[in-house]
Write a protein that binds this ligand. Structure first.
Ligand SMILES: [Zn+2]
Length: 246
């Protein structure tokens, strides 16, 4: 996978996960209204028209992925992801951080959970589905840890701010989730074995492949941005990074 240097930023590179998933994020006014249209964010939106961009910041140390947008209508983490990238882009990072803010820009544009009729968080085990391609790239890049960030509405599953994890086969998933849940003050939901209750979550497929992963959930109505939800998601992401001393 080849990365290209992003102009004007010393430390930032980008590549594509897929060229079949592009969309005009700016058509989703709930997202557009929440982001600062600075040079970097305009660049991210432009690149998302042609597929799923992945950004790489820093080098050495742990390789860590911040993923969001696996469900296109879960907006707070997608907004938090680019806020995080904006905050970190000017800093010296002694690790290698990867950011996929919009896993499926087309689904985000349409403000839909599904990408081409597929629930990507139930399809990561299906060969060459978009979420499976994300997992393939995670392996190709040698990423060590994955945080997949979502939002959940009241009366849906899980319906509370929480961190999902598993104890087997990757006990570190549980350790990371315990750390974040204590740090930010939210619930921990832990399975004994990854992929037990349903198949194809990005987190579970990573854990089953030996890459410790967690799923963060913040409360927000679907297809819009609940009060304070972007800040809570950003807090989860920062806590995830602070587990690694970042
Ligand atoms: Zn979700």
């Amino acid at each position: 996978m080849d990365f290209e240097k992003v102009e004007h930023y010393d430390n930032l590179e980008m590549s594509y996960i897929s060229n079949l998933s592009g969309g005009y994020i700016s058509k989703n006014t709930h997202v557009l209204n929440e982001i600062d249209l600075n040079k970097l964010n305009r660049f991210i939106l432009e690149k998302s028209v042609y597929g799923t961009p992945i950004f790489k910041l820093g080098s050495g140390g742990n390789k860590i992925l911040i993923l969001s947008g696996v469900h296109g209508n879960e907006l707070p983490p997608q907004i938090a992801n680019i806020k995080l990238l904006n905050e970190l882009v000017a800093k010296k990072i002694n690790n290698t951080l990867f950011f996929i803010p919009f896993a499926a820009p087309k689904a985000t544009m349409d403000n839909r959970r599904f990408f081409n009729t597929l629930d990507l968080n139930r399809a990561a085990h299906v060969n060459n589905s978009l979420s499976n391609v994300i997992v393939q790239k995670i392996e190709e890049l040698g990423i060590h840890f994955v945080g997949d960030f979502h939002s959940t509405a009241f009366n849906s599953n899980p319906g509370v701010e929480s961190i999902f994890s598993t104890k087997s086969p990757t006990p570190e998933s549980f350790l990371i989730a315990s750390y974040i849940s204590k740090d930010v003050g939210c619930e921990i939901i832990s399975l004994d074995s990854a992929g037990e209750s349903y198949k194809g979550a990005v987190e579970d497929v990573c854990n089953l492949n030996g890459i410790p992963a967690i799923t963060g959930e913040v409360l927000s109505p679907f297809s819009t941005v609940g009060d304070g939800s972007v800040e809570r998601s950003l807090l989860q992401m920062k806590s995830f990074l602070s587990y690694f001393g970042i």
